[in-house]
Design a protein around this ligand. Structure first.
Ligand code: 5GP
Length: 186
């Protein structure tokens, strides 16, 4: 048995349904979700400290200088990063930690923590992806176009992940990820 908790990186294009999948996984008592910091503006009903820690660029860059991030990256002109302290503490406490981050962040985590488990959530098709993105009703047309273009780039990197799981039916997708966790817990 391993004593440290697992470190899991979950990526996938905007609209793949990562948020819903992660919410289901969080029903497990031993699971913790890292709350990222970002310089993007809150979307819809998002609240500071719940979905993200919303920071100014100055605040974010200060945290970079203080070595406060496990990893960070830029995505469509904004910074996104995973605060280091909670991740390290939870793992020491034996909790399994999820980082829901984009592809560059995943590459950085793999470099410093090769035993992390990387999972790519794949939408069933680009059409479904666009429909889900539009269905949110919180994105501008310009953002939808940018996110779709970025999604197409990200899909090409799915092969770099340890596991690729298609999110067609939510239940099946969550079950596959729970199986992955079980198999990695030894
Ligand atoms: P959104 O703006 O839709 O919330 O997130 C945009 C992208 O940034 C998503 O792919 C999301 O997974 C990613 N992201 C969120 N937090 C982090 C983080 O801490 N680090 C990195 N590298 N990406 C993140």
């Amino acid at each position: 048995m391993r004593s440290d908790g697992l470190l899991m990186v979950i990526s996938g294009p905007a609209g793949a349904g990562k948020g819903t999948v992660v919410k289901e996984l969080m029903k497990d008592d031993n699971m913790r979700l890292s709350i990222s910091a970002t310089t993007r503006a809150p979307r819809g009903q998002e609240k500071d400290g719940v979905e993200y820690h919303f920071l100014t660029r100055e605040e974010f860059e200060k945290m970079i200088d203080e070595d406060g991030f496990y990893e960070y990256a830029q995505y469509l002109g904004n910074y996104y990063g995973s605060p280091k302290k909670p991740v390290e503490q939870w793992r020491k406490d034996g909790k399994n930690v999820i980082l829901e981050i984009e592809v560059q962040g995943c590459q950085k985590v793999k470099a410093i923590q090769p035993d992390c488990i990387s999972i790519f959530i794949m939408p069933p098709s680009l059409e479904v992806l666009e429909k889900r993105l539009r269905g949110r009703g919180t994105e501008t047309e310009e953002n939808i176009i940018k996110r779709m273009a970025r999604a197409k780039e990200e899909l090409l990197l799915a092969d770099d992940y340890d596991y690729v799981v298609v999110n067609d039916a939510l239940e099946d997708c969550v079950k596959s990820i729970r199986d992955i966790i079980r198999n990695n817990q030894g």
